[in-house]
Design a binder for this molecule. Structure first.
Ligand code: MG
Length: 163
């Protein structure tokens, strides 16, 4: 079995709102993330990692942010489409590791639900999906809580079946 690795990064700035969506989980907060879709930086970073591992470009190329049909879109639908494209190439996620950089809101209480959700979307056992959260130690824009960023690394398994 061949393996492929990919990395993804995303960041969105805070704007008005009363919640953020991270890994498909709605988290109450005094601000929201400004985005064409729901601003789920975790799912966006993960999609980019998956597309990167597959050699399929990036999320902006697959889902243009000037396309009105993606306005306010649930990003888990992006992830489902990305996974379908991978499956068509006999590629499936092996494991995923995500780091969320958020000065606020505090995420520790939400990590278990985010992890369970991502494992379900990726059709992986929970121990194959990891989510970590860190602050930015007050440094720079992220440290001033002007937005949230996420890094994702995934491994893809490439099936040789039928080749
Ligand atoms: Mg994004």
């Amino acid at each position: 079995m061949k393996i492929r690795i990919g990395h993804g990064y995303d960041v969105h700035a805070f704007g008005s709102g009363d919640h953020v969506v991270l890994a498909g989980v709605k988290i109450p907060f005094e601000r929201g993330l400004v985005a064409h879709s729901d601003g789920d930086v975790v799912i966006h970073a993960l999609c980019d990692a998956l597309l990167g591992a597959a050699g399929l470009g990036d999320i902006g190329g697959v889902f243009p942010d000037d396309d009105p049909k993606h306005a306010g879109q649930d990003s888990t639908e992006f992830l489902a489409t990305v996974l379908e494209r991978l499956a068509a190439r006999k590629l499936a996620p092996g494991n995923a590791d995500v780091t969320v950089i958020a000065q606020a809101p505090k995420l520790s209480a939400h990590i278990p639900a985010m992890r369970v959700g991502l494992a379900r979307y990726l059709r992986l056992p929970e121990h194959s999906v990891n989510i970590k959260a860190t602050t930015h130690e007050g440094l720079g824009a992220l440290g001033r809580a002007e937005g949230i960023a996420a890094h994702a690394v995934v491994l893809l398994h490439e099936s040789d079946e039928g080749e």
